[in-house]
Design a protein around this ligand. Structure first.
Ligand code: XMP
Length: 517
């Protein structure tokens, strides 16, 4: 993602969990941001010519031998620097201040007292503003030239500034949402202090990404597994925009997709975007492998293994492939423990692609790996993907297989597909789809007695589930309005032959999980 034509602010990564979040906040200010390892030399920084530099936080103690330090000549470039947490400490230590390691770590919310209202960093920030702290070490002497502009009772040097040299430091994390006015501080640094031009947006991201994909791929071929979900779809459309027919997409129908899903993927990507798309209809193979299997882990293993076999089987028929494209997002990227390398990536196992077979020597192409989910949605819209896909709820790799509790058969899957479609339709009609993280139905291997007309029925039970969540790690059940439940339930019992009873799941995660299996 090189963007020479745009002003930029670079983030020197000292191994912080939050480096990407800092870069994302800079992007929110409309300014291009790039993360670089803290080992970057002053010459390399001069080459990039950023308008500002942010030193990230990091897990190390500046007092520890061998703790990460930036090239000292970076301080002589005349480029404004903002140090965050460890970034502040390392700057203080290197410029002649001092850092101590008190016994007690400070972790949690604090309110800052602004003691100097002429502060440039805190220009738009209100007094007693809430910030989020997480640090062991503290600065106990600031370097000559700095002044203190804000403090807290337990942290005298909470915000320090040296306007003459353009050096600024904050002990808390302005990039996290718990720092209520953190974005205002970042904006002051980026726009007012560093004077970066806010001319970057998702359109610029596309131009830069297209250029970079072309440069990386050259005249070689890329394979992309399309799932119909947001991430792989956006990645595929972006790569297609860059290299057209050098991209081959593979879409595996495992027989456990939602109603109309295979058709809409083929239509959108094959016809509308005119991509080279291989469609592997493996429904029969999956269903026969799952015959008689009821144990959840066994089902997942069979589905996962068969997906891998099908996918690589298709891949081997695609000729010479050099890259495997994945819609990996930043939160999926597994961070390396060492602060030297910055984030490193690996193939996500829950994408069911697993490790590459020996004979396939592909490189990974992950054009979304610096982005967060909402940025990917924005990008998808910019690329012309329909809202329905861009805002689609997450759907697990094993699909309805893990929602068809008990044995997975074509008949039960068809029943579940119909139930799911009605539930989602009612949610959409009520205008609630985007308030919900995920909504779906499960079919239970339990029969109950009912009555329809004059007839007694004995049919399976289904359960509806809708949850709210930030990241799927925890979730709460969605307080679905009764009238939506009523309409969904009435339609399901009337229109779907296989069931006569509907339940609503009111379990949160933990202790339940989002999916039933
Ligand atoms: P659980 O059920 O563990 O789900 O609370 C958390 C989130 O992950 C999704 N999920 C999966 N996604 N492959 C996927 O791509 C899988 O095997 C898988 N299992 C669960 C689930 O839908 C929820 O969003």
């Amino acid at each position: 993602m090189a963007a020479k034509s745009h002003d930029s602010v670079i983030v020197l990564d000292f191994g912080a969990q939050y480096s990407q979040l800092i870069a994302r906040r800079v992007r929110e200010c409309g300014v291009y941001s790039q993360i670089v390892p803290y080992t970057i030399s002053a010459d390399e920084v001069r080459e990039i010519a950023p308008k500002g530099i942010i030193f990230s936080g990091g897990p190390a103690s500046v007092k520890a031998p061998g703790s990460p330090r930036p090239d000292k000549d970076i301080f002589t470039l005349g480029i404004p620097i903002l140090g965050i947490c460890y970034g502040l400490q390392v700057m203080s230590e290197m410029l002649g201040g001092n850092v101590t390691c008190p016994e007690k770590k400070e972790y949690g919310l604090q309110n800052i007292d602004i003691i100097d209202r002429s502060s440039r960093l805190l220009r738009d920030v209100s007094d007693h503003s809430q910030v989020w702290m997480s640090h062991g070490d503290s600065v106990d002497r600031i370097p000559a030239g700095f002044r203190v502009t804000a403090s807290t009772p337990s942290c005298p040097y909470t915000v320090v500034e040296d306007d003459a040299r353009g050096f600024y430091g904050v002990q808390f994390h302005p990039e996290v949402v718990h720092s209520k006015e953190g974005i205002k501080m970042i904006r002051s640094f980026v726009l007012d202090i560093a004077k970066a031009r806010p001319d970057w947006n998702m359109g610029s991201f596309i131009d830069d990404a297209v250029e970079e994909i072309r440069r990386t791929v050259g005249d070689r071929q890329v394979l992309c597994g399309l799932s119909g979900g947001v991430d792989s779809s956006v990645a595929a459309v972006l790569i297609h925009k860059a290299i057209g027919d050098q991209l081959i997409c593979v879409f595996v129908n495992n027989g456990m997709l939602r109603k109309g899903e295979a058709e809409s993927v083929l239509d959108l990507f094959g016809k509308h975007f005119n991509m080279r798309l291989r469609y592997a209809d493996a429904e029969d193979a999956f269903l026969s492998a799952l015959k008689g299997v009821t144990e959840p882990e066994a089902k997942r293993k069979i589905i996962g293994r068969l997906f891998v076999d099908t996918f690589y089987n298709e891949a081997r028929q695609c000729g010479d492939i050099s890259f495997l494209a994945q819609g990996t997002l930043y939160p999926d990227v597994i961070e390396s423990k060492s602060p030297t390398g910055g984030p490193s990536s690996t193939i996500k196992s829950h994408h069911n692609v697993g490790g590459l077979p020996e004979d396939l020597k592909w490189q990974l192409l992950e054009p979304l790996k610096e982005l967060f989910k909402d940025e990917v949605r924005e990008l998808g819209k910019e690329l012309g993907l329909p809202d329905e896909l861009v805002y689609r709820h997450p759907f697990p790799g094993p699909g309805l297989g893990v929602r068809c509790i008990g044995e997975v058969t074509k008949e039960r899957l068809d029943t579940l597909r119909d139930i799911d479609a009605i539930f989602i339709d009612e949610i959409r009609k009520a205008g609630l789809y985007r308030d919900i993280w995920q909504a779906f139905a499960d079919l239970l291997p339990v029969k109950s007695v009912g009555v329809q007309g004059d007839e007694r029925t004995y049919r399976e039970v289904c359960t509806l589930r809708a949850v709210t969540s930030e990241d799927a790690m925890t979730a709460d059940w969605y307080r679905m309005p009764y009238d939506v439940l009523q309409r969904a339930s009435a339609r399901i019992c009337n229109e779907v032959k296989g069931v006569n009873r509907v339940l609503y799941d009111i379990s949160s995660k933990p202790p339940a999980t989002i999916e039933w299996e």
